[in-house]
Design a protein around this ligand. Structure first.
Ligand code: 1DX
Length: 183
């Protein structure tokens, strides 16, 4: 994955738990004390190792780290040079979700090694939808729950999401998503 992901993990840890915690997590993951470069590629293992090390160091399940990371990613990217990209993806929560594949297509024009997930929206009502999530990377459904919560913050909505695994020819995760205006 592009280094932007690891930079965001670092930003989350440093802002929530401080520089010392980041240094312990980085060392526990066996990574050198060198900056990540956002537009360079790193093995997916680097990111999984960071999540594992953060889980051990902070005493929190990896799923919780992934979910918090998802929430963080939405504001991190909006503030780290991708604000226009995020704005172009939609003015409402369901519109943004319907446009996710287009967003990744746009990023891939500049960064051809992107291996983005694919999302599709179905069963839409005024305040609910079903989101199907296809990824080459295992175990990241909790991250998507966090992304949905982060988008809820972005659009001032309370978002609830329940995930289910769908096996078969094309395994994926399905999220039953509902939202309401934040009071
Ligand atoms: F709901 O793989 C809201 O490296 C969502 O299953 C979901 O393969 C917002 F410069 C620049 C760059 C760089 C911009 F090249 C990424 F470095 C991408 C910015 C998406 C904003 C996907 C990141 C693949 C890297 C993937 C979880 C889980 C998608 C991360 C979230 C908006 C993005 O993102 C999986 C890679 C961007 C960039 C956004 C992603 C790779 C998402 C969302 N993905 C790199």
């Amino acid at each position: 994955m592009y280094g932007l992901i690891n930079k965001a993990v670092e930003g989350l840890v440093r802002s929530r738990f401080g520089d010392a915690a980041w240094d312990r997590i980085r060392a526990r993951a066996g990574l050198p004390d060198e900056p990540f470069v956002g537009m360079e590629q790193y093995p997916d293992k680097t990111t999984y190792d960071l999540v594992g090390a953060a889980s051990a160091e902070l005493g929190a399940p990896a799923e919780s780290i992934l979910e918090e990371f998802g929430v963080y990613w939405v504001t991190y990217t909006a503030e780290a040079g991708y604000g226009e990209l995020m704005r172009s993806a939609g003015r409402t929560f369901p519109e943004f979700l319907r446009n996710l594949d287009q967003l990744h297509t746009r990023v891939r024009l500049s960064f051809p090694h992107l291996a983005p997930p694919s999302f599709s929206v179905s069963e839409e009502t005024e305040s609910t939808l079903v989101l199907s999530y296809y990824s080459v990377r295992p175990g990241l459904a909790p991250l998507v729950v966090g992304l949905l919560r982060g988008l809820g913050d972005r659009f001032a909505l309370d978002v609830a999401a329940r995930s289910e695994r769908v096996e078969g020819e094309r395994p994926h995760d399905r999220f039953h998503v509902s939202w309401s205006a934040r009071s």
